[in-house]
Design a protein around this ligand. Structure first.
Ligand code: ZN
Ligand code: ZN
Length: 285
């Protein structure tokens, strides 16, 4: 079931290349191999990528760009430029909104000079959050420079951070549907197997999240958990064993997991069956 380290059998899929991978696009098998798109096709592709939902001000910018393209000294690619403009106009408005929201004061020191708007999660890490109101904070130039993520293209963690990521089941480190590990700077990474159900994946993530927090809080070392699991490879759920160093935490996690499952309308038996199927999926291969 949703356990962090109970299933230590190495994944039989590990290192096996997917024979289908890459075949469709690369090399001579690609129908476009050795050919070039016509002007017309290229225009259509660009049109398709651009979508039809552009605001008038964006359209204006685009036509300016196109005019520029026809001028001699055009350098950049048009797609890149469009993306850049679309993003920058949005971010420009976002910047203004954040400054207004923060009453034109640095949220660290209160200064009203040389104000900048800081992306808490950098654009490079999460482009979709580039214009999210929650993701912006007004800082003066000095305070901005003092953030660890300034120009670093990665975020900083103040006290704790969790990264929850669904991955293909056969990418798990070993046969498990939930795995976690914590970096030296306190970032806990939780990998959840793709279960084909966001609700199931959420429940697995929730279980891991509670279990990792409680074991850390109670001083149970990750190495001890791993060591115990390795001594109980025959058991599907070492967390159920009373002598497991994380037994208490596992049971607490499951209690909460069950409550949330009920609230989500998830039938526990169906959920367990889906998990068992995931394990069989790998064992069968
Ligand atoms: Zn557990
Ligand atoms: Zn400041």
């Amino acid at each position: 079931m949703s356990e962090n380290k109970p299933h230590h059998k190495p994944s039989p899929l590990k290192g096996r290349p997917n024979p289908k991978h890459g075949e469709a696009i690369r090399g001579e098998k690609n129908p476009m191999f050795g050919k070039h798109h016509s002007e017309e096709t290229r225009r259509k592709i660009a049109e398709k990528r651009r979508g039809t939902h552009l605001a008038p001000e964006y359209r204006q910018k685009l036509s300016e760009i196109r005019r520029g393209e026809k001028n001699g000294n055009w350098k950049g690619g048009i797609t890149l430029k469009i993306r850049g403009i679309r993003a920058s106009l949005q971010v420009k408005k976002w910047r203004k909104d954040i400054l207004e929201r923060d009453n034109y004061r640095c949220r660290n020191c209160g200064s009203t000079e040389k104000l900048e708007v800081h992306h808490i999660i950098p654009i490079a890490e999460l482009p979709g959050a580039a214009a999210m109101p929650m993701n912006g904070v007004t800082l003066c130039k000095q305070c901005h420079k003092e953030t660890k993520s300034y120009l670093a293209r990665k975020r900083e963690s103040v006290s704790q951070q969790f990264i929850i990521q669904t991955i293909p089941h056969h990418w798990q480190e070993y046969s498990t549907i939930g795995n976690y590990a914590t970096t030296d700077d306190g970032i806990t990474v939780i990998f959840v197997s793709d279960m084909g159900s966001p609700d199931y994946e959420f429940l697995v993530a929730l279980h891991e999240l509670i279990e990792v927090k409680l074991t850390q809080k109670h001083g149970v070392a990750e190495e001890d958990i791993t060591a115990f699991d390795k001594q109980h490879l025959d058991t599907n759920e070492p967390g159920y064993l009373k002598e497991a160093p994380y037994h208490k935490e596992h049971m607490a996690a499951e209690t909460i997991e069950r409550i949330v499952a009920t609230l989500l309308g998830v039938e526990w038996n169906d959920y367990e069956e889906a998990i068992n199927k995931k394990f069989e999926e790998l064992e069968g291969k």
